[in-house]
Write a protein that binds this ligand. Structure first.
Ligand SMILES: Cc1cc2nc3c(=O)[nH]c(=O)nc-3n(C[C@H](O)[C@H](O)[C@H](O)COP(=O)(O)OP(=O)(O)OC[C@H]3O[C@@H](n4cnc5c(N)ncnc54)[C@H](O)[C@@H]3O)c2cc1C
Ligand SMILES: NC(=O)C1=CN([C@@H]2O[C@H](COP(=O)(O)OP(=O)(O)OC[C@H]3O[C@@H](n4cnc5c(N)ncnc54)[C@H](OP(=O)(O)O)[C@@H]3O)[C@@H](O)[C@H]2O)C=CC1
Ligand SMILES: O=C(O)C(=O)Cc1c[nH]c2ccccc12
Length: 427
């Protein structure tokens, strides 16, 4: 019996006494792969598959591609590593782009990339569940329209292969902080922060000192606000450039020829020479080096774009961990109380994979990131692939996409004799 007639693939609605009113939608069969997410990782995967002759459908909950860069990033954002490390496969950045393209340029590039490869995508469509159906050996992907699409309907798609590309930064993470909900001023997550323009002369507490918190504190200071930055854990801070060359590029080159510890020692020594003793300003260094931590834990070092100079000058204050927030300020772990007018939570993001992917293979951690697998973080079982969740930035996602296309295209070729070709109803 061909797979499309197998039990479980018939669209007869739910069992039991549920009426036809609650019937499940008819599934649309997708030849090739379904890709969940239309960010850089999903685009890279779709392009690499296409180059290998494998079709795919991107399902994206936002109204277009690159939603993180389009809607969830602040205005002054630039790529913080040089463009050659953020280029997606088979399509170069325009030649006149600067070394560190800005947010708008990167979004334009992603949109052109999508057009260039003439990709298939369903926008305003959120994947609510994806599960493997052993009867049909397919992935069942159920979708619901996003809030912006009032006329959309629930759909079901099926494909032999599923590529998870929903991003490490899928959901803003807001920690439980005592008293936060009673704070009288504005509280925004960094994903909703655009510019410091409305914060002039306000005392703003920026919680979190990853790359977002550091740059938002700088932006606030440039707009004449009075930012304070919570730095609760040891963290590596590196200048973005070493003698005019990107620190990231220097590190990559060194890692090819020298052991990791030596690269780390050089980076830390150089930072000390450039920025001085950062511990004096509240930045304790972890005992492991910056690239060791990136490789082991995926945590990105701070690439400083001018915040540290503002900290040195006193324009940005550094605070230790938060104890609690009051309606008009915050108490810190050193028992100091400071008044604030606004709070920006630059406390990071989480994967949303556990919310929608039903996978019991043990491939993912409870946080929805691949566990450390000896064979890499891009391939699970039963036709499930993962792009951009290996905590290696856009460069890592492009490697994932190439490996995925290589492997998936082989499986696609061997399946081709029994493949069912059902054109999509809409693009
Ligand atoms: C502010 C910021 C700056 C960064 N700068 C850099 C940088 O300079 N260099 C670098 O290498 N990395 C950088 N990163 C890391 C970042 O992970 C990448 O830039 C990149 O966007 C990751 O691409 P992605 O496609 O994996 O994820 P995303 O860009 O997050 O794309 C995932 C897409 O999946 C969609 N999606 C999620 N869940 C669902 C669902 N259930 N159904 C349908 N669609 C869904 C989302 O709407 C989103 O469009 C930065 C991250 C942030 C937050
Ligand atoms: N192109 C660019 O210039 C930029 C790149 N990025 C990238 O985007 C990704 C996300 O970065 P980002 O948004 O900064 O998130 P991160 O996860 O990197 O940083 C989150 C920060 O919040 C802190 N934090 C979390 N909870 C609390 C709490 N309760 N109290 C105090 N501090 C807390 C964390 O501290 P702790 O370590 O103690 O948990 C950490 O310092 C990274 O990969 C980053 O490199 C981001 C911005 C700009
Ligand atoms: O911005 C990010 O989150 C990245 O992951 C980019 C990146 C990958 N490897 C790195 C090593 C040092 C600094 C940034 C990165």
């Amino acid at each position: 019996m061909p797979p499309y007639f197998a039990p479980g693939m018939e669209c007869l609605g739910k069992a039991g006494n549920e009426s036809f009113m609650t019937r499940e939608p008819f599934p649309t069969f997708v030849e090739g792969a379904i890709i969940v997410g239309g960010g850089p990782s999903g685009l890279a995967a779709a392009a690499c598959l296409k180059m290998k002759g494998v079709p795919s459908l991107i399902i994206e909950k936002s109204d277009g591609i690159g939603s993180l860069w389009k809607y969830k990033a602040y205005d002054r954002l630039h790529l913080h590593i040089p463009k050659q490390f953020c280029e997606l496969p088979y399509y170069a950045f325009p030649e006149d782009y600067p070394l560190y393209p800005d947010r708008k340029q990167f979004v334009d590039y992603l949109e052109n990339y999508f057009q260039h490869f003439d990709m298939w995508a369903k926008f305003n469509t959120k994947v609510s569940t994806a599960s493997y159906d052993p009867y049909s050996s397919c992935w069942k992907v159920k979708t619901q329209p996003s809030e912006a699409d009032s006329e959309g309907e629930r759909r079901e798609y099926r494909a032999k292969w599923l590529v998870v590309a929903s991003g490490e930064n899928a959901e803003p993470y807001t920690p439980e902080v005592e008293g936060l909900k009673d704070f009288r001023g504005s509280v925004v997550h960094s994903s909703n922060y655009k510019t410091g323009a409305g914060y002039a002369r306000q005392r703003v507490l920026v919680v979190g000192c990853g790359n977002s918190g550091m740059e938002i504190a700088l932006d606030l200071s440039n707009f004449n606000a009075e930012p304070s930055l919570v730095v609760r854990s040891p963290v590596h801070i590196l200048p973005r450039e070493i003698f005019g060359t990107s620190t990231f590029a220097v590190a990559m080159r060194m890692m090819k020829s020298f052991p990791l510890w030596f690269t780390d020692a050089c980076l830390v020594w150089y930072t000390w020479a450039m920025l001085g003793d950062t511990t004096r300003y509240g930045f304790k260094r972890p005992s492991d080096g910056p690239m060791t931590i990136k490789c082991k834990q995926g945590k990105t070092p701070i690439l400083d774009v001018g915040t540290f100079a503002k900290i040195k000058s006193g324009a940005i204050k550094v605070c230790p961990g938060l104890k609690y927030v009051t309606p008009d300020g915050a108490l810190f772990e050193n028992d100091q109380f400071v008044k604030f007018d606004a709070i920006v939570l630059a406390t990071g993001y989480r994967s949303n994979v556990p919310q929608w992917l039903k996978d019991d293979s043990g491939f993912f951690t409870a946080e929805g990131l691949p566990k450390n697998h000896s064979k890499g973080t891009w391939k699970a079982e039963r036709g499930l692939y993962i792009a951009g969740l290996g905590r290696k930035g856009i460069l890592g996602a492009t490697f994932d996409a190439k490996y995925i296309a290589e492997d998936l295209s082989r499986a696609y070729a061997s399946e081709s004799h029994k493949r069912l070709i059902c054109p999509l109803q809409s693009r």
